[in-house]
Design a protein around this ligand. Sequence first.
Ligand code: GLN
Length: 596
Amino acid sequence: MKYVLVTGGVVSGLGKGVTASSVGVLLQECGLRVTAIKIDPYLNTDAGTMSPLEHGEVFVLDDGGEVDLDLGNYERFLDIKLTRDNNITTGKIYQYVLEKERKGDYLGKTVQVVPHITDAIQEWIERVAHIPVDGKSGPADVCVIELGGTIGDIESMSFIEALGQFSYRVGAGNFCLIHVSLVPVLSVVGEQKTKPTQHSVRGLRSLGLTPDILACRSTTALEENVKGKLSQFCQVPAENIVTLHDVSNIWQIPLLLREQRAHEAIFKVLKLNGRAQEPSLKEWTSRADVHDKLHEPVRIAVVGKYTDLSDSYLSVLKALVHSSVHWRKKLFVDWIPASDLEEATKRENPDSFKAAWKLLKGADGVLVPGGFGDRGVEGKILAAKYSRENRIPFLGICLGMQVAVIEFARSVLGVQDANSTEFDPNAKNPYVIFMPEGSTTHMGGTMRLGSRRTYFQVNDCKSAKLYGCKKFIDERHRHRYEVNPDLVAKLENAGLSFTGKDETGRRMEIVELPNHPFYIGVQFHPEFKSRPGKPSPLFSGLIAAACGQLDGVLQEASKGAGTEICTARVFQNKIPKKSAFGSRDYVYGSCNGLRF
Ligand code: GLN
């Protein structure tokens, strides 16, 4: 097993995660099997209890792990499936060590950060690195480890110490350190400044780690003399210094690394030269090019609670990008704070109210993502109502499905006070209720989490067709509440159709409005399994419907009903071939540069 450690210096938010994922892609394209570990030095046991406004979305894995969003980057870039143990936090390590201490495993010794915590970190890394994540048997060839935070943070000290010991333990030729740093350009003189990088490398060395490769973030490519200076002062060979300058989309990063022969530098450090295979990156190249040439717009309104930070909905955004690129459409995401759609905002802040409704009314499709707590729920219900009544394509995810059901009960069944017990514990008409297996007192890891099976109830519905007329699908979950099974018959009699249920038939997984162009709600989170080149079927359906192209796709799909249709093939046939692409500008929401 070879290890590539990615650290960050100078400032946070440099795109370390994307850099580490791109290094993984490059190595994969060289013919190696790659796995990944993310270290988050915070004290939380996992990301599950953190607000998305803290560190971005909580990503959910097949095994129910609630983890840092960077694991989503790894899964998407490397097309792998990680486990909860691939995300290490200080909380997890201390919990493990303290449990051992309580059991008496340390045989009377004083339990200390060094060696007990540092040993536990090293054992954890070694153990997890050997778990196969790509569906093949046996461990991967290379494990990419990303250390969160910035060199010098007090929180990460025990990890730095452990990694220093680890690099010595695995020996030269088995460990490669890539340090991602910032080379700012001073606007007055337009000069690329190396001092911050010099300082952060000095900091790294003083902690016992020596960088093999420098990945320098800058607005433009590094000038040769700047590289020379960095090489001399940081004692890193010039050919091991790569520039990660701003690019139009993240799929360009693996290409940028290859262009600068980063794989050769890594292979030299890891003594893998015999195994080097020229990385073709064929799909990556074409995807990145297609992405930059898109010009026909598709406008999706995302009505959520955490719209101030688009990282809060990172996987949703990614899934929308995968699908829009697939359909050769240029995606524009309009982030709408759900509460701005509400009557109270009309009174208190009429401009925001007007702006929110203008965006909603201008959208080709509406998406209500998952969420917790009652802020903005009424706004989400209004968005669902607007989409239903005006026949606008609508996808509701988790809470988005629950609000669609509540809205239907209120507007169509006339049950004015229909609600979820999450928002009104004493609701007289609880259309969404607490699930018995959840917990109201302990928030961490107590939801219905991870991969669960959904069985289609009929073949002749949009969701089943989009998924290729399979009997069942496995998607990831993260919820405490569910549609009240006792009220399902009432809803169905009024025209809602529950087209997907769990194995008991009591838990609703998919709801559709058959007489609507595209109105689907799902209790699971399809965004977590969407991949570039393999978009999630429901997101693809939403974008296709938003572009008025859904009928063709469904017709094609239903021809193969009852058999296992390869959705990807169906979609590929329908991609309009374009030769002349227009504008090169690239905008979606507020995401630019490396942080996608
Ligand atoms: N708050 C809702 C529940 O717990 C929805 C959760 C979600 O959207 N992830 O069921």
